[in-house]
Design a protein around this ligand. Structure first.
Ligand code: GLN
Length: 483
């Protein structure tokens, strides 16, 4: 059952072979047992999860079950969840019980899914290793000496270790795809605007996007069916006809054109990663796809551009954490300014402070034109690079991360080295495109390797088809770490 797909679990629930209470108890038991080792969850609340499971059983019994009714889903602790502690991995929100549900949480609730717990993450989603969390690092279940990736490291770990059948994540510069790659699971970052950001604690609003993390592409499609959709409460939510993201899963790949950017296959990738990715591309050729070389000439600039724009937006978004309305407030202070200063000094960790400093700097008078405006112009050029490439191909492929999971502590004192983990993923957010990562093998020390699949705007169904066909022909996505 631990390896069952969402479709299989749903069929078992519908046929009353298992109840949601039984299923949820099983995953809760496993989560409780493994969490002291992996630290994937910040909050587990057995009573609330089981009450939801009970309600799901009633719904199923009355014949009103939907695709995810009764299925336990782990929720990244960035999604405001009514009645649940919602910390965003920060001391600043370590006492924040959300009074409302994020749109994504509301959609899962409406579909009768069970919230099995809130997952650990880098503080305010800033990081690539889950080491910036106030709640301590998450371990990679394939090798506890390694990081799980970040910022959705708790969600990736929970799915990889089969503590939950599926989870949610958010991706500002790679935070769904990079941890999915490093933990050997599948993850999808949708086209910007497809999934509402309402109630998703903001990091960099023009880049942030929520998405599903699961074992397989088929599971991701079922999750996306629930998560996507217009929401008037998010001004960047797109008003589009609802889609069934499972509709193209079974299409053969004959004639698919895969673009391989020449800037991606360079000496900076580790050899073990390159080998697994090339083998996966070989498999695609066997499935009838053709490869074409494309060029994304501004690839090298994506990390520097992102580290101007994302901190700029973060410095503005994080100004709301002032100790006045909610969250942490310094216990002792002299006056209002002192209260702000102490609250923010105590409430934020080092990486968050670094980003606020950079963001404030690049937005300040005299530097705004030199940094922020220049970065915005480059952002547009990067989107144009992708548009040019998609004239020659249907999807773009490459490695999700230039290396397999690195060791805990290995990069924490070197921010630039850490930022380079997202060299392949960031440009996608800058362009607003959809992309995913699927497991395609193992590298150094038997740590997982992910294949990055980038699609054109709104090509989610096609990308899921591309990923699903590979998964029909391989079994990497069914591999489970040993305990
Ligand atoms: N690792 C990147 C950062 O630290 C991206 C994080 C994310 O996608 N939330 O900003």
């Amino acid at each position: 059952m631990l390896n069952a797909s969402l479709k299989q679990l749903s069929a078992m629930l519908a046929a009353r072979k298992i109840s949601s209470v039984e299923l949820t108890s099983e995953f809760l038991k496993r989560s409780r047992a493994l969490n002291p080792t992996y630290n994937a969850f910040i909050t587990l609340d057995e009573e609330t999860s089981l009450a939801q499971a009970q309600a799901a059983d009633t719904l199923i019994a009355s014949g009103r079950g939907q695709s995810l009714t009764g299925i336990p889903i782990a929720q990244k602790d960035i999604f405001c969840t009514k009645g649940w502690l919602t910390t965003c991995g920060s001391k600043m929100l370590s006492n924040f019980i959300s009074p409302y549900d994020a749109h994504v949480i509301g959609r899962f609730n409406a579909g009768g899914a069970v919230n099995i717990g809130k997952t650990n993450m880098d503080e305010f989603a800033m990081g690539s290793s889950n080491e910036t969390s106030f709640y301590g690092p998450v371990k990679n279940p394939w090798d506890t000496a390694a990081v799980p990736g970040g910022s959705s490291g708790g969600s990736a770990c929970a799915v990889a270790a089969r503590m939950a059948p599926a989870a949610t994540g958010t991706d500002t510069g790679g935070s769904i795809r990079q941890p999915a790659a490093l933990c050997g699971i599948s993850g999808l970052k949708p086209t910007y605007g497809l999934v509402s950001r309402y109630g998703m604690i903001a990091f960099a609003s023009s880049l942030d996007q929520g998405g599903p993390m699961a074992k397989s592409a088929e599971d991701l499609a079922l999750m996306l069916n629930v998560m996507a959709g217009f929401d008037a409460r998010d001004s960047t939510s797109l008003e589009r006809e609802p889609e069934d993201y499972t509709r193209d899963l079974e299409k053969p790949l004959e004639g698919l054109r895969i673009g391989l950017p020449k800037e991606y296959f360079v000496k900076e990738i580790d050899e073990d990663v390159a080998r697994a990715v090339e083998a996966a591309i070989g498999q695609y050729r066997k499935l009838g796809a053709k490869t074409v070389e494309v060029s994304l000439p501004n690839t090298k600039l994506s990390v520097p551009v992102y580290y101007v724009l994302a901190p700029a937006e973060a410095s503005s978004n994080l100004s709301r954490f002032d100790g006045v309305r909610y969250g942490h407030r310094a216990p002792d202070y002299l006056d209002l300014n002192d209260m702000y200063r102490k609250t923010r000094s105590q409430g934020f960790g080092a990486e968050v402070k670094r980003r606020i400093l950079i963001g404030t700097y690049v937005l300040s008078h005299g530097y705004y034109d030199a940094y922020y405006i220049q970065a915005q112009k480059l952002r547009r050029l990067m989107a144009q690079d992708f548009a040019g490439a998609f004239e020659q191909c249907d999807v773009i492929m490459g490695p999700t991360s230039p290396t397999v999971a690195f060791n805990l502590g290995e990069r924490s004192s070197d921010p630039v080295q850490m930022y380079l983990s997202d060299a392949y993923t960031i440009a996608v957010n800058l362009a607003g495109l959809p992309a995913m990562s699927i497991p395609v093998g193992f590298g150094h020390k038997n740590r997982p390797v992910g294949l990055h699949i980038i699609g054109n705007y709104f090509a989610e169904a096609q990308m899921l088809n591309v990923a699903h066909q590979y998964q029909l022909a391989s079994d990497w996505h069914t591999r489970m770490p040993k305990e």
